[in-house]
Write a protein that binds this ligand. Structure first.
Ligand SMILES: NC(=O)C1=CN([C@@H]2O[C@H](COP(=O)(O)OP(=O)(O)OC[C@H]3O[C@@H](n4cnc5c(N)ncnc54)[C@H](OP(=O)(O)O)[C@@H]3O)[C@@H](O)[C@H]2O)C=CC1
Ligand SMILES: CC(=O)[C@](C)(O)C(=O)O
Ligand SMILES: [Mg+2]
Ligand SMILES: [Mg+2]
Length: 337
């Protein structure tokens, strides 16, 4: 079913003029929304712990990070860019008590509204602008004159202006340059969880790790394996981003294209698609959300164990060494962030 796609010409920043927007959480998404909106002429304040790396970065970027409750008291529009697992408790403690009629509660992912772990009062607007890209690229694309496509949704329209405010927000962060899709909190939440688990992050990480392990366990050098199954991915993805699978296949050799069709379905099989359908079902029925919350209540023990194991995967070690030899890609050592 076709979806309405909007661009800069379909809206304006007017609905945010004269308003104070508080970005709550200066992390991956928050630092981008705060700076992009400020660059777009919006009055932005930031809430974050001053002493953390993100708090210090906010100060470096010219903001004065405030405690959450203080920022809420000074704002007309709130943009919650806190971790999904943190939002419910912080909402109860610092946000809900300071909400006043006519305020706007904005999210960048529908998780807590969709799974009803946050239920706002009826007299505020509840909107979402969810970029279809990592927060750091929301900033870098904006800086280079582009923009990351965004999903836009209105969950509650107490003011009658919720859609205009959401559009001004989406335009202000650069979404109107590449496309703003009008959707619902439910569809954004379920498709985003599915995409990040089955394809973008979960599926892709396992493909890289198992491809690397297959080659190195067969005796090929780790450097060769890294370049083959990890580094070259961006070059392939860039072709797909510019011209779809067809352009990627146009650009690669006949040998590779033949192998693409010949072997692809053996790796990502019909059983893989059945597993994807089960993943989607577990998302839709809340099973994943419950698992995520349970582990959070348990101090994210399982999550931290997984993170530690993969942090030390051999592909990460050899990759760090090889990336350090390529200064033009601006290599990042996550251990130094
Ligand atoms: N990461 C991404 O690319 C995307 C994220 N989203 C959504 O954006 C939202 C934010 O995610 P993301 O940007 O990844 O989050 P991050 O983990 O990158 O940043 C979270 C920020 O919240 C702050 N924070 C955490 N706890 C508290 C607290 N108790 N009091 C004050 N500040 C706190 C952190 O500050 P401190 O540094 O002090 O801990 C940090 O600056 C989520 O809803 C996510 O689903 C949507 C699309 C993509
Ligand atoms: C970057 C993004 O879109 C994700 C994967 O959904 C996220 O970080 O939550
Ligand atoms: Mg996403
Ligand atoms: Mg996500």
């Amino acid at each position: 079913m076709a979806i309405e796609t909007l661009y800069d010409k379909d809206g304006s920043l007017n609905a945010l003029q004269g308003k104070t927007v508080a970005v709550i959480g200066y992390g991956s998404q928050g630092h981008a929304h705060a700076q992009n909106l400020r660059d777009s002429g919006v009055n932005v304040i930031v809430a974050n712990r001053k002493e953390s790396a993100n708090g210090k970065l906010a100060i470096e970027h010219g903001f004065d990070p405030k405690p959450v409750a203080d920022a809420v008291k000074q704002a007309d529009v709130l943009i919650l860019t806190l971790p999904d697992e943190v939002q419910p408790d912080l909402y109860k403690k610092d946000i809900e008590p300071n909400l006043t009629p006519g305020m706007v509660l904005g999210f960048t992912h529908g998780f807590n509204i969709h799974f009803k772990t946050i239920t706002p009062p009826q007299d505020v607007d509840v909107i979402m602008v969810a970029p279809k890209g990592p927060g750091h690229t929301v900033r870098t694309e904006f800086e280079r004159g582009g923009g990351v496509p965004c999903l836009l949704a209105v969950h509650q329209d107490a003011s009658g202006k919720a859609a205009d405010i959401a559009m001004a927000w989406a335009i202000g962060v650069g979404g109107g340059r590449s496309g703003i899709l009008k959707t619902t909190f439910k569809d954004e939440c379920e498709t985003d969880l599915f995409g990040e688990q089955a394809v973008l992050c979960g599926g892709l990480s396992e493909l890289i790790k198992k491809g690397f392990e297959t080659l190195t366990e067969a005796g090929y050098p780790p450097e060769l394996a890294y370049f083959e199954v990890a580094h070259e991915l961006k070059l392939i993805i860039d072709l797909i981003v510019r011209g779809g699978l067809n352009y990627m296949r146009y650009s690669i050799s006949n040998t590779a294209e033949f192998g693409d069709y010949h072997t692809g379905p053996k790796i990502v099989t019909d059983d893989t698609k059945k597993a994807m359908q089960q993943v989607l079902k577990d998302i839709q029925d809340g099973k994943f959300a419950n698992r995520f919350r349970e582990d959070y209540q348990d101090g994210f023990k399982w999550f931290k164990d997984q993170r530690e194991t993969d942090h030390n995967h051999p592909v990460e070690k050899v990759g760090k060494e090889l990336r350090a030899m390529m200064p033009w890609i601006k290599p990042v050592d996550v251990d130094k962030l």
